[in-house]
Design a protein around this ligand. Structure first.
Ligand code: HEM
Length: 123
């Protein structure tokens, strides 16, 4: 399920193995650090639901792009795609995301620039 959601919605930018495209789309291979950081779980859900815009540094490389929102995905699809990218690309052993955790982030909508402000300080 998560792999299907990824190939249909994310792979065109983040590429088949989540390696991204230098200068354009960040990799997803560092996300264990993000998910483990304080506020990281809520941030990752918001990125998918509300998109992301503005300057960020990932693994020492600068990005300043626009990721579109994916509000149309169902709560179980958002949880599944996050669990997929974390396990397949980031080798994370973080506790899996649940649909309930995703639903909680729909209560307050964020602009993509505000989502960036909520990113935990990982390099
Ligand atoms: C950033 C996941 C689809 C373009 C991110 C980040 C995550 C992510 C977790 C933040 C990384 C970090 O903070 O370290 C996903 C998932 C997708 C998806 C799960 C599918 C549901 C897309 C698509 C595009 C895209 C389709 C291109 C149209 C970007 C860009 C950034 C980004 C440009 C960086 C934004 C900035 O520079 O501020 N993505 N992504 N993503 N994504 Fe996606």
């Amino acid at each position: 399920e998560g792999a299907k959601v990824y190939s249909a919605n994310c792979q065109s930018c983040h590429q088949v193995n989540g390696q991204g495209l230098p200068g354009a789309f960040p990799p997803l291979t560092h996300l264990d650090k993000v998910v483990q950081a304080q506020g990281g779980r809520a941030y990752l859900i918001r990125v998918v639901l509300y998109g992301l815009q503005g300057p960020l540094t990932v693994e020492g490389k600068a990005f300043n792009g626009v990721m579109p929102p994916f509000r149309q995905l169902k709560d179980p699809e958002v949880a599944a795609v996050l669990n997929h990218i974390l396990t397949a690309f980031a080798k994370s052993k973080a506790k899996p995301f649940t649909p309930e955790e995703v639903k909680a982030q729909r209560a307050k909508a964020y602009a993509p620039q505000e989502v960036l402000k909520s990113r935990p300080p990982v390099k």
